[in-house]
Design a protein around this ligand. Structure first.
Ligand SMILES: *[C@@H]1O[C@H](CO)[C@@H](O)[C@H](O)[C@H]1NC(C)=O
Ligand SMILES: *[C@@H]1O[C@H](CO)[C@@H](O)[C@H](O)[C@H]1NC(C)=O
Length: 347
């Protein structure tokens, strides 16, 4: 007894003695379970895909990469009895009404939907599905796992179950360069295509400030990214190069005035330690105060965690271990524990 209580005390003292920031110096929310659980997924996870009614292709890139990678993966099974999850391959441009009709067809034709009312099913919809009063559409939205593209319109995501796909990087070559040395010459860099008019006042303020570089084209900006401490994104605007920014050692700052609940890999990555969400109210003065308030050690750690996390957000034509495809599969794996109701028969 005496031995164990003194060793507990010793451990407590040890952790108190550590500098605060290193307590969470991992890009992962659950570093102690992630890797074992991931390996278990690779050998065990099985998905049953319903046969599409008509052949179709996805045209937007993260959806088509995910769909194709899944089809070519060992995760698919023809045996529904061993499946953990069921994939409904909706064509990408389907209306809510057509989705509801297809769910009704699955409910009547197969025994699987009724067992969980859709909770062990997943589907893809580029910008998420909105509300509907049709019973089939309601169950799909409330119970099934939706995969959409980040960022998704706010009412169209249910955070505890839905998943967003990281965007496909517009310039993949930049990703292999790695971060430059930490000698930033700008406080902030942003690509702003001018579509989000509500932020114009802030963007105009930034354009006049020599500590910021604002470009209107998402063209070749690798050097600017490397020379900037922070890379700024208007939530809902041009965000496709966010992963590139992280990989190049530029800490991402998302400017947004409401809570954001749809970050990619949100239940895997410790986003709060590798990026900032900043409100735009308060203008440039407040923004600069927030950015300048991120001190040396904390900044350095954010930068390093972002670089480490970026590899999980990268899509590959041939999926690689722990890349975006496999991490989205991992998120699905985390969502496989649903209760299947036994069919109640009257006797
Ligand atoms: C699923 O339940 C509905 C009623 O909610 C029923 O109409 C349908 O036939 C059931 N499906 C199967 C395959 O038994
Ligand atoms: C890295 O920093 C050194 C000075 O410390 C500088 O001479 C060099 O050009 C920098 N390299 C890059 C790629 O920025």
């Amino acid at each position: 007894m005496a031995v164990s209580s003194s060793s507990v005390l010793f451990l407590c003292l040890l952790s108190l003695a550590q500098p605060l920031h290193s307590l969470s110096a991992s890009p992962y929310l659950f570093p102690s379970t992630l890797f074992d659980n991931y390996e278990k997924m690779l050998t065990t996870f099985r998905i049953y895909m319903y046969t599409p009614q008509k052949p179709f292709t996805f045209t937007t890139s993260p959806l088509s990469l995910f769909h194709t990678s899944l089809l070519n993966s060992p995760f698919l099974t023809q045996n529904a009895d061993e499946a953990h999850l069921f994939y409904i391959p909706f064509p990408p441009d389907l209306s809510t009404r057509s989705r509801a009709r297809l769910v009704r067809h699955l409910r009547i034709s197969y025994p699987y939907w009724n067992r969980t009312l859709g909770a062990d099913h997943f589907f893809m919809a580029p910008s998420g599905v909105d509300s509907s009063s049709d019973r089939n559409a309601v169950e799909l939205k409330k119970n099934s796992v939706q995969i959409s593209i980040f960022p998704t319109a706010s009412g169209n995501v249910i955070p505890h179950k839905d998943i967003t796909l990281p965007p496909v990087n517009p310039s993949p070559l930049a990703l292999v360069q790695g971060p430059g040395n930490d000698t930033a010459s700008h406080l902030g860099f942003m690509v702003c295509d001018g579509k989000l008019l509500e932020y114009n006042y802030l963007v105009n303020e930034m354009k006049r400030d020599p500590e910021f570089r604002i470009e209107s084209e998402p063209s070749d900006h690798v050097d600017l990214v490397k020379e900037s401490k922070f890379c700024l994104f208007l939530y809902g605007g041009e965000m496709t190069w966010m992963v590139e920014a992280m990989a190049l050692g530029c800490v991402p700052v998302v400017l947004v005035d409401r809570p954001v609940q749809d970050f990619p890999l949100t239940d895997v990555l410790r986003w709060s330690d590798m990026g900032l969400l900043v409100r735009t109210r308060g203008g440039l003065k407040r923004l600069k105060a927030v950015l300048n308030g991120v001190g040396g050690d904390r900044y350095q750690q954010m930068r390093e965690l972002g670089v480490a996390a970026s590899r999980h957000l990268v899509w590959n034509l041939e999926p690689q271990p722990y890349d975006a495809f496999h991490m989205v599969m991992y998120q699905l794996w985390l969502r496989r524990h649903t209760i299947r109701y036994a069919r109640r028969e009257w006797v």
